[in-house]
Design a protein around this ligand. Structure first.
Ligand code: FMN
Length: 206
């Protein structure tokens, strides 16, 4: 698939996947490489991905997600997290830009100070919101890139956050934002797309 609108229209939340299909590593690498182009606040790239393909691991996730059957059928179950401390790595990211000659030293100093000051002044709620916001945008791009490669997905939130953190050894500073099940959708369990609001119901031109 390469037509953007076609990808957008064809993406559906899968109800169930065809079992026993392996996602080639190259597909993951290409998807994640293109995913690096997703936007993030101050380019801090808050999103992290934990990709479970092992059946035992997927079963553990299934049990920590209220036994939602589709997880068991997925080729991969992925947890997307957002790092509340992403701002602490600003220097690493901006050093890259300085090295490439995109910014000079004074711009570098200005950005690092501004980012640290903002995240520390606006505090825990802002760090948490940032984790959710940035990981959500990344996850949406991930699902479209997966569809572009012929893979189906389903975004999911119905899981026990602390259990999932334990199972996947997710560090304290990362918020589990979304689970994405991935594989080839079983067309037998295809559902008609749910009602969508009319544009006038959710858009206000001021
Ligand atoms: C944040 C979020 C959480 C969701 N959580 C679940 C979930 O826990 N289980 C599930 O089966 N589907 C879940 N979905 C999928 C929605 O039900 C689905 O996107 C919606 O019905 C629209 O269908 P479509 O994606 O096929 O267009 C979730 C979707 C989003 C965006």
């Amino acid at each position: 698939m390469s037509n953007f609108l076609e990808v957008v229209k064809e993406r559906r939340s899968a109800n169930k996947f065809i079992e026993g299909i392996k996602i080639p590593k190259e597909d993951f690498i290409e998807i994640f490489t293109d995913l690096t182009l997703a936007p993030s606040a101050f380019n801090l790239q808050h999103a992290h991905y934990y990709v479970a393909e092992d059946k035992n691991k997927i079963n553990e996730i299934y049990e920590a997600s209220y036994n939602q059957y589709k997880i068991k059928t997925s080729s991969a179950t992925i947890i997307v997290t957002g790092d509340k401390n992403a701002y602490l790595d600003a220097s690493k990211i901006y050093e890259g830009s300085k090295f490439l000659g995109i910014i000079d030293n004074s711009e570098y100093e200005f950005m690092i100070n501004m980012i640290h000051d903002l995240y520390e002044r606006w505090g825990e709620e802002f760090k948490h919101d940032e984790a959710i916001r940035n990981a959500s945008l990344s996850a949406m791009q991930f699902m479209l890139l997966a569809k572009n490669k012929g893979w189906d997905t389903c975004p999911m939130i119905y899981f026990e956050k602390d259990k999932i953190k334990n199972i996947l050894n997710i560090p304290e500073n990362e918020v589990p934002v979304l689970m994405i099940t991935m594989g080839k959708a079983d067309k037998e369990s295809f559902r008609v797309r749910g009602y969508r609001k009319a544009v006038s119901e959710f858009v206000n031109f001021i």
